[in-house]
Design a protein around this ligand. Structure first.
Ligand code: PFF
Ligand code: NA
Length: 454
């Protein structure tokens, strides 16, 4: 039972798993989303709460996902079913896998739109569109792009095709190769941006904004956004990490591997924030500018710094690559399931999935132009998709995985898979996964409802 083989292949070693999972984790969530939601939610207090969730909720749940995936050795849907059966429980736990696959489609649909903006900026940088640009013009360039459904559709299509192509190649050929060089390169470019930010004269203001703790700025709504983002940024609650875990070699230690991935993801987000906010303040921009924040601030910086055109071009290329390696993991759970269920080849499976997410993406991109009047619960389609996935579906998925790993699995199974040498560390994980993570998610949902109704 313990040595099931995965029909989709496996990572060559623990480092390849770290690379792939970091590729999944580090993406638009870090560079685009984290700074803008931190800006919208007042900075410091939000950031602290987010860090607490990463450590107390995200890390233990990520361990649980890898554990279940590696035990089941199949797509999340089938792994949940198999492992539940192994623990003498209902195969209905597969529903958690289903919900995750659905969340993957919905996330993909708006993720691909933002990745499309990035690609448009790659072209714009190459073209020299941002030379010596001021913040007002930068805002106009961004708004013009949003108002152009045709341009958005082209870039969205390009991105979907790029992702399809890699997922078709499968674990070893496709996913593995995509991640190796670009992660370190992206990080170096972020450091270049950080260096520039230090010269703006507003670096202190940026640091202060991100790290000054002012709890009065915090609402339950902001806490929910921080919770949701801790799932989104670590690719949790939808099976992506579970799918990657199913390809993980048997002997590798789950705890230290997961800590490495979470640390890298957090560092990238904080560096992105530290690079962006000084530019915001130096140019009197609004930290709460929303989804356009990165697309308005960074071109201004690249427009002013020496060699900015080249740096800017490289930067957006790398952000595009980071988005690519994340989106791959959004498609992988559903792709693996279809291969298992129907015995199909990866290529036709990926074409089918690609068409589905392409269509959903069109709905998302219309939010900024022809479909801007459509409102769901007071949000446009794009914001709604973001909200319902990150702030509802992922925390719920994580809640179920936590209960599954903490209460359904026998201690013998979890202890055996995690193989933690120090008994105190296993006991700590058990407390976090049984009580802290589920109660935190449940409490925040309830408090939010009360806040909204009251
Ligand atoms: N973690 C990715 C990011 O921060 O950009 C987004 C993501 C990828 C979320 C894969 C969920 C997922 F399954
Ligand atoms: Na992330």
């Amino acid at each position: 039972m313990k040595d099931r083989q995965n029909i989709h292949g496996s990572w060559a070693n623990r480092w390849i798993f770290i690379l792939a999972a970091t590729g999944s984790a580090v993406g638009l969530g870090n560079i685009w989303k984290f700074p803008y939601i931190a800006g919208e939610n007042g900075g410091g207090a939000f950031v602290l709460v987010y860090l607490l969730f990463i450590l107390g909720v995200g890390v233990p749940i990520m361990m649980a996902e890898v554990l279940v995936g590696r035990r089941g050795r199949q797509s999340p849907i089938n792994s949940m079913r198999e492992v539940a059966i192994e623990a003498n429980h209902s195969p209905k736990w597969a529903i958690v896998g289903w919900m995750g696959a659905l969340a993957g489609f919905l996330i993909f649909s708006f993720y691909s739109v933002v990745a499309g903006w990035v690609l448009a900026y790659v072209a714009g940088m190459a073209n020299g569109d941002f030379l010596d640009i001021g913040s007002e013009q930068a805002g106009k360039v961004f708004n013009d792009l949003l108002a152009d459904p045709q341009a958005l559709l082209i870039w969205h299509t390009v991105f979907v095709v790029l992702v399809m192509t890699v997922v078709m190649g499968g674990v070893n050929k496709g996913l593995e190769r995509a991640t190796r060089i670009m992660m370190p390169a992206l990080f170096v470019l972020l450091l270049v941006l950080l260096g520039y930010s230090m010269t703006t004269g507003s670096f202190g203001e940026g640091v202060d904004f991100l790290f000054h703790f002012d709890p009065s700025a915090l609402s339950w709504d902001a806490v929910l956004v921080a919770l949701g983002h801790s799932f989104f940024t670590l690719s949790l609650g939808m099976g992506a990490i579970m799918a990657y875990g199913s390809y993980m070699p048997k002997g590798a230690s789950i705890g230290s591997t997961v800590m490495t991935i979470a640390a890298l993801d957090t560092i990238v987000a904080l560096v992105a924030g530290l690079a962006i906010f000084p530019i915001v303040f130096a140019n009197s921009l609004d930290p709460g500018a929303g989804p356009g924040l990165m697309f308005i601030t960074l071109p201004v910086a690249f427009g002013q710094m020496p060699g900015g055109q080249i740096f800017g071009f490289l930067f957006f290329v790398l952000v595009g690559l980071a988005a690519w390696s994340s989106a791959i993991s959004l498609m992988e759970p559903a792709a693996a399931w279809m291969v298992e269920r129907f015995g199909m080849k990866r290529a036709p499976v990926c074409v089918i999935l690609g068409i589905v997410v392409w269509i959903l993406g069109i709905a998302a991109l219309s939010s900024f132009n022809i479909g801007s009047d459509i409102a769901l619960f007071g949000m446009n389609i794009f914001d709604f998709l973001d909200f319902i996935t990150a702030n509802v579906m992922l925390p719920l998925g994580g809640l179920f995985v936590a209960c599954f790993a903490g209460w359904v699995l026998t201690k013998q199974i979890s202890q055996n898979e995690l193989a933690i040498k120090r008994p105190g560390v296993y006991a700590l994980w058990l407390v976090l996964i049984r009580y802290v993570a589920p109660l935190a998610v449940a409490a925040i949902f309830i408090l939010n409802l009360i806040e909204k109704l009251g």
